[in-house]
Design a protein around this ligand. Structure first.
Ligand SMILES: Nc1ncnc2c1ncn2[C@@H]1O[C@H](COP(=O)(O)OP(=O)(O)OP(=O)(O)O)[C@@H](O)[C@H]1O
Ligand SMILES: [Mg+2]
Length: 257
């Protein structure tokens, strides 16, 4: 039965999509059966994985799934062995209003995924940088939240918003939700700022598990722009090693429970 993990942070550009894509590849490379879901109307994850094919899925994507126009099995694309995707689409933002006005709107994704959870080990959901109905659906159906964080001043302060949202979801729709951990991203030693922020983060949220730090890496950016995972682009580099370490850490945390 799949463990469902939301990759979430309401702050934009912190690495949610990068983390979803590369952690997904890392888990699949370790032989885990992985389903990625893109619930972001910006469809960056989908574009990263299938490029212009994103246009082909107008009638079978996460939006048509949430409005019940599609069956879940129709929406799944095989990216490679062990790595599947439910894509987003250009028209997802238009669907938002329809979903907001529909019955049981917070549980649409949970209900849609139920039949296929036994087919996977991990479901990773990439979320938009906003607190709308997509993020609520995603957190309602998740066992865990993984929060990528940029170690800037606003990044650390913004964590409180995520924790507030998680508390609300736990009270209202998903008592089981728990924090898998925070993943500090774009770490660099070129300035003292990230190190100072990391220390502040530990002091402010002593109970939040801090997972493997991902270094600032040009290779990651280049890989993304070419539609490749870091393992395909620069498999021996620092970023690939960090993602592999993170994948092992996630497996240990999730599977020992
Ligand atoms: N560790 C890193 N080193 C260098 N560049 C990175 C790193 N992580 C992410 N990036 C780059 O930062 C940009 C934003 O990353 P990404 O798209 O993953 O963030 P996001 O949180 O998904 O953004 P959004 O909130 O818009 O969905 C991308 O260009 C990505 O390639
Ligand atoms: Mg993104």
């Amino acid at each position: 039965m799949a463990v469902v993990v939301s990759i979430a942070n309401q702050k934009g550009g912190v690495g949610k999509t990068t983390l979803t894509l590369n952690l997904g590849h890392a888990l699949a490379n370790r032989g885990k059966r992985v389903l990625l879901i893109d619930v972001d109307p910006q469809f960056n994850l989908t574009f990263g994985l299938v490029s212009l094919d994103v246009l082909k899925y107008e009638n079978s994507n996460v939006g048509t799934l949430l409005t019940k126009e599609s069956e879940v099995t129709e929406t799944i694309i095989e990216v490679k062995e062990n790595l599947h995707l439910i894509p987003s689409h250009l028209n997802l933002s238009q669907k938002e209003i329809e979903i907001i006005n529909s019955y049981n709107r917070e549980r649409r994704l949970e209900k849609a995924l139920k039949p296929i959870l036994p087919d996977y080990d991990y479901v990773l959901i990439d979320n938009p940088p906003s607190m709308g109905i997509f993020l609520v659906n995603s957190l309602t159906t998740s066992d865990y939240v993984l929060i990528p964080l940029e170690l800037s001043y606003f990044g650390v302060i913004g964590m409180q918003l995520m924790f507030n949202l998680m508390r609300m979801i736990k009270e209202e729709t998903n008592e089981q939700l728990s924090l898998l951990g925070i993943v500090p991203n774009k770490f660099t030693r070129q300035t003292k700022v990230p190190k100072t922020r990391l220390k502040e983060l530990k002091e402010t949220y002593p109970n939040a598990p801090l997972l493997t730090t991902i270094p600032q890496s040009v290779a990651l950016e280049k890989a993304q722009s070419q539609g490749l995972s870091i393992f395909e682009f620069d498999g021996d580099g620092r970023a690939a090693k960090a993602f592999l370490k993170l994948a092992n850490e996630v497996i240990n945390l999730v599977e020992r429970r």
